[in-house]
Every structure is written in C-alpha cells, then in structure tokens.
Design a protein around this ligand. Structure first.
Ligand SMILES: Nc1nc2c(c(=O)[nH]1)N[C@H]1C(S)=C(S)[C@@H](COP(=O)(O)O)O[C@H]1N2
Ligand SMILES: [Mo]
Length: 386
C-alpha cells in the first residue's frame, strides 16, 4: 500500500516534469504544455505590472498563482492557490473522525484508516475561487489530481433517509459572525441537495497530486465537487449532516452570493444566487517567444459540459481556433495554445470558449448587470507589445 502510494506520487511528479525530461518524449501524450524550453522567453503583457510577483504560500494567507508561469497540467501543491475565511485549523490527524449525522439510517464516524480502507477513486479537477478576477490576472486558480473516497459510497454506507433533502459539509475552522447585533461562532460550511451530492464524481479527498493533503488545502480530508467553484470544496472536513431543508449558512445564503439584475417573467428584478457551478470561461495567461515564433497559452474552466471550441482573436482579425491540451479531462482545467506569427507593435489578444450546447463565453458588455464580486467569467482582452 505504501509502495503503491510512492509509485503514484512518482508517476504524477514525472508527468509534472514531462516538459523537462528529455528521453520521455515518446511516452508523452500528443501535446503537453512545456515549461520554458531552451531559448524560449516569456513576453510581458503590457496590461500587467512587470514586477507582478507573488511569494510562496504562507501560513494563514491567501496565495495566488502567477498565471504567466502556468506550464504544467497539474499545479504544484506548493503553488496551488490558497483561500480560506477562518484561518487554517491544525486537525489532529491521529484522532480524526468524519462524523455523519442527521437523516441517515446509521449515524456513524469514519477514522482516517477506515476511509483509506474504502475503495479509492481519483479524478483531475481544476477550479477557481468564485472571487477570481482579471485584476489578479485570474491567479486564484489551480488544477490537481484528487484521490479519496466517493462521497456516494459514504452516503450509501450510512443510508440517506427518504426525507433527507440537503447534505451539509462542515469544516473544522470556526469564525465569529455578527448577525444583527448578535455574535455567533460558526463553522465554515457548504451544502448540496442530495441529488447533486450523490453524483459519482464527488470526492471526499485524502490526497492531492499523489501526496496526503497539505495543511493549506484541508489536511487530512476535504470535499471536492467537480465543476463547482472553489468555495464548494470544504477543507478540513469533519462532519457531514443530512437534513430535510435548505442550509442557509453564511457561505450559502449571504456570502458567495451573486446579486445581479435579471428578467423575472416580464419584471426586471435584482436576484441572488449561491455561487455553485463554474460558468463557462477562458482566459489568455501567457505569451512566449522562441526565435521569431510566438505562442499564446490560456485556460478554460467550466462545469464539465463538453466544449465545442476555443478561439483566439488578435486585434481586429478573425476568430482562430486554438489547440486544446490532450490531457484535459471533463473536470480538469483545459489548457490551450496557438502559434502566432506576431508583427512588432502593440496587440490585443482575447479568447472565447463555446460549449457543446452552443453557449458562447460572454463579453464584458454582454454580462448581466452584477453588483457582487463573484463569478467573473467575461472574455478578458490582454494587451502586449511585441
Ligand atoms: N473549511 C473551509 N473550506 C474552504 C474554505 C474555508 O474558508 N474553510 N474556503 C473555500 C474557498 S472560498 C475556496 S476558493 C477554496 C480554496 O481551496 P484551496 O485553498 O485549496 O485552493 O476552499 C474552500 N473551502
Ligand atoms: Mo473562494
């Protein structure tokens, strides 16, 4: 078991470094985003300060990726973005228990050993914070291989009662919230309707890219809900509770709530929605140069709906189809590239993604009127001087 773990870790590391490994070309997938090749340079965007750098992830802090540096399909665990709202609790791993309570046939607790002994499943999942945005050059983002127990297997092991409607996931982190004039201690928590919770891709994750979950990412256990914004992926998961009504805690009912203007029948109204499924989005993050040849790289995130195309427009030219990374899977991020014979001067580059249902990524002008900071998925034009 330990050996198997190390093998997996090495295998994932190997793919992470594939761009650097000389002899590995034959066994590589058709196309892999390489790290900077010899003689290749990063071309600075002119819409971004040159010294836009970020330090390493630090205890308690927020960390974002410098998206210009994205060069691997899997984000290194030490560089995966970090966001949390009530600090980073150190869960006692030896005495860890995942409690499952509420409208179930058998309330019970799972130790880490018990979780490890259940059937394990792994899946590539990329996500961004619901508050990711162009002023951060989309840095609150990452893509990893997650491994653990299917949430469905845990729910089946306890038996959800027919009157169970909603599954609530509580983290070990606790913060103080003021509601009107009353201070209350609340755990970070999110919920899913039972019908969404039993999707077979939802994971109670124990590992990230072949290693036990790092502290910053929820050690020892976190929820991963593929196709959803980061906020759904409850870190430091300690309790799952089934109830017969909607859960209305801060991160479902008040915060991570998008407020936008919509037509409700024939009335224009301000409407709230919880931040849940990732909206169709693409973004250009990197331009490299090798000799006279330029290459544009970007990412796509969405809710897992298959894609029809990713296109790039340069200045006022036509939309041209980009190449998708062949390692992309349904819920991973999808990196794309396009070769570009750039002329010298100032250029504007923008990407747009279209899904198989015909939804086209919106321009900033087409976005709904929105006053909240969440769900920023408009096309993002970048400027660059060649
Ligand atoms: N327990 C707990 N889980 C949490 C949070 C939190 O504050 N506490 N923040 C959420 C938010 S808003 C995001 S964007 C993701 C970030 O996950 P990461 O730090 O592993 O990238 O974790 C989610 N899970
Ligand atoms: Mo977030």
């Amino acid at each position: 078991m330990e050996d198997e773990k190390i093998d997996r870790r090495t295998a994932i590391r190997k793919t992470m470094n594939a761009g650097l490994a000389a002899g590995a070309v034959a066994s590589m997938p058709q196309w892999v985003i390489p790290a900077l090749a010899q003689g290749e340079t990063l071309v600075p965007f002119s819409d971004m300060p040159e010294d836009f750098s970020r330090g390493p992830a630090l205890p308690g802090g927020t960390h974002f990726l410098d998206t210009r540096q994205i060069s691997d399909f899997y984000t290194d665990n030490r560089d995966f973005y970090v966001v949390q709202h009530y600090g980073q609790p150190e869960v006692d791993v030896d005495n860890y228990r995942l409690k499952v309570t509420g409208l179930v046939d058998n309330e019970r607790e799972f130790s880490l050993a018990e979780l490890r002994n259940m059937s394990q499943f792994d899946i590539d999942v990329g996500f961004e914070c619901g508050g990711n945005r162009s002023s951060l050059y989309d840095g609150l983002i990452g893509n990893a291989n997650w491994r653990g127990v299917r949430l469905r297997d845990i729910l089946n092991a306890v038996g959800v009662k027919p009157e169970g409607e909603e599954v609530v996931f509580f983290g070990a982190d606790i913060g103080s919230e003021e509601i009107r004039d009353t201070e209350v201690e609340q755990s970070f928590a999110r919920s899913l309707p039972v019908a969404d919770a039993i999707r077979d891709v939802n994971l109670v994750a124990l590992e990230m890219n072949g290693e036990g979950l790092p502290l910053f990412h929820g050690r020892p256990v976190r929820l991963v809900v593929p196709g959803y914004y980061g906020v759904a992926n409850v870190k430091w998961l300690t309790q799952i509770h089934v109830q017969d009504r909607r859960y209305m805690g801060r991160f479902m009912g008040r915060d991570y709530v998008t407020l936008k203007r919509e037509m409700i029948g024939d009335e224009e109204r301000w409407v709230e929605n919880s931040v849940t499924k990732i909206q169709l989005k693409s973004s250009i993050v990197r331009v490299t140069r090798m000799g006279n040849q330029h290459k544009i790289t970007g990412f796509v995130l969405n809710d897992g709906t298959p894609l029809r195309s990713v296109e790039i427009k340069i200045d006022n030219g036509p939309w041209q189809e980009a190449d998708l990374d062949s390692r992309a899977t349904q819920y991973s991020w999808k990196l794309f590239t396009m070769d570009w014979n750039a002329s010298s001067g100032e250029h504007t580059l923008v990407s747009r993604v279209t899904d198989a249902d015909g939804n086209v990524q919106l321009t900033e002008d087409q976005m709904p009127e929105k006053v909240s900071r969440w769900e920023n998925y408009a096309q993002f034009p970048r400027t660059i001087t060649i």
